[in-house]
Design a protein around this ligand. Structure first.
Ligand code: ADP
Ligand code: MN
Ligand code: MN
Ligand code: MN
Length: 369
């Protein structure tokens, strides 16, 4: 038996009564931002007199400094607006960048505003129309930190029956996945699919293809919705890349990448060029594929039968035990996209897409000019 929160057992019928009250022309706007070390999400909500129609209608806001110094004020700059699937129409969720009062990107212990620098690179490569798709894996836990649905003592049956499974003895926490999917669709997040994963109570959803900076915006907001949906059900979603030690799969965040050249006839040539460049920068990429400089991913990319080693770079067609995979459909069509399987589940998508664009696209862009 897993432990669910007390809040999730409050009377939800009563809650509906209040949520259904008319709110006149007023609009609740929830500002969401990436806080401590670029890992945690924070939010606060305010009332606007009318429904904002575009992001430009939403005013900047401020927050007092959180960790570095409580006396510093930071600015919240709205960058991307979504419909609010919890408070419903006309209420909004707004993803924000955090700037210092000097309007420089905010820095706490580590830099947390990676969107700012990512956006600059995306601007430089925009003629290539870079598309990204990310596969967010996550693991459900009870509020006591024990994997959701796992026996209190002992372990579930070994891996092998859970991947893309159905049935009460193998799908743990499907409600979360289904409700999160609907919430993302309602919000306007470009969620493209979902599936149960290899480890019991592990799931995945995919976001994309998104162009440029949109990838980070949509994945971060999808994470916010995931944590919020989990809260309703009284469980926790962890993005730890290796939540259970031993013969249990880790959790990644594969990134699929293409440019206009790769998607065009004969684009495989450009895919191969990109893979050559990635090979030369394996260590640099590993360093930014989790928020702890590769330390988190070390626990996941072990070089066992479950995953390739963090130290080796490899690429292959239709092979899932490699760093970079070319899907077989892409090899057949000689164009499309490639997949980098190295990013950890807790990576910052702004950092990962930025590294991808820098390594694979910057020079190509120069060539185009
Ligand atoms: P896998 O077989 O690795 O599990 P998934 O189906 O989970 O693949 O995810 C594939 C991802 O690739 C999706 O996020 C999708 O949006 C993305 N994708 C599809 N086509 C492209 C493309 N041309 N460029 C970039 N990403 C793409
Ligand atoms: Mn997948
Ligand atoms: Mn997966
Ligand atoms: Mn994948």
């Amino acid at each position: 038996m897993s432990c669910v929160s007390d809040s999730s057992r409050l009377n939800k019928f009563l809650r509906e009564r209040y949520l259904n009250l008319p709110q006149g022309d007023y609009c609740q706007v929830t500002y969401v931002w990436i806080a401590y070390c670029g890992v945690d999400l924070s939010y606060k909500t305010r009332t606007m007199d009318s429904e904002p129609k575009t992001i430009a209608d939403i005013p900047e806001w401020d927050i007092s400094g959180q960790t570095e110094s409580t006396s510093t004020e930071m600015l919240l700059i709205p960058v991307c607006m979504f419909k609010d699937p919890f408070l419903l129409h006309p209420n909004k969720l707004v993803l924000c960048e955090v700037l210092k009062h000097t309007r420089e990107p905010a820095v706490y212990f580590l830099e947390s505003n990676h969107r700012n620098s990512c956006n600059k690179i995306m601007e430089k490569v925009k003629e290539l129309h870079p598309w990204f798709g990310m596969e967010q894996e996550y693991t459900l836990l009870g509020v006591d930190g024990h994997p959701f649905g796992w026996p209190t003592h002992g372990l579930p049956k070994p891996q092998g029956q859970y991947y893309r499974c159905v049935g009460a003895d193998r799908a743990f926490g499907r409600d979360i996945m289904e409700c999160h999917y609907k919430a993302c669709l309602y919000a306007g997040i470009k969620i493209s699919g979902t599936n149960p994963e290899v480890m019991p109570s592990q799931w995945e959803y995919q976001v994309g293809p998104c162009e440029g900076i949109e990838m980070g915006d949509h994945l971060w907001m999808a994470r916010f919705l995931l944590h919020r949906v989990c809260e309703d059900f009284g469980v926790v979603a962890t993005l730890d890349p290796k939540p259970m030690t031993g013969d249990w799969n880790g959790a990644g965040c594969h990134i699929n990448v293409s440019t206009v050249q790769m998607r065009a006839e004969g684009g495989i040539e450009h895919i191969e060029k990109a893979i050559e460049k990635l090979k030369k920068r394996h260590t640099e990429h590993i360093r930014v594929y989790d928020p702890n400089g590769g330390e988190d991913n070390k626990r996941r990319l072990t070089g066992s039968e479950l995953s390739p080693s963090i130290h080796d770079f490899s690429a292959g067609v239709a092979n899932r035990m490699v760093s970079i995979r070319i899907p077989c459909r892409v090899a057949q069509n000689k164009c499309g996209y490639f997949e980098d399987r190295r990013p950890a589940a807790n990576c910052d998508p702004y950092v990962v897409t930025c590294a991808m664009a820098r390594t694979c696209m910057l020079e190509e862009e120069e060539e185009l000019k």
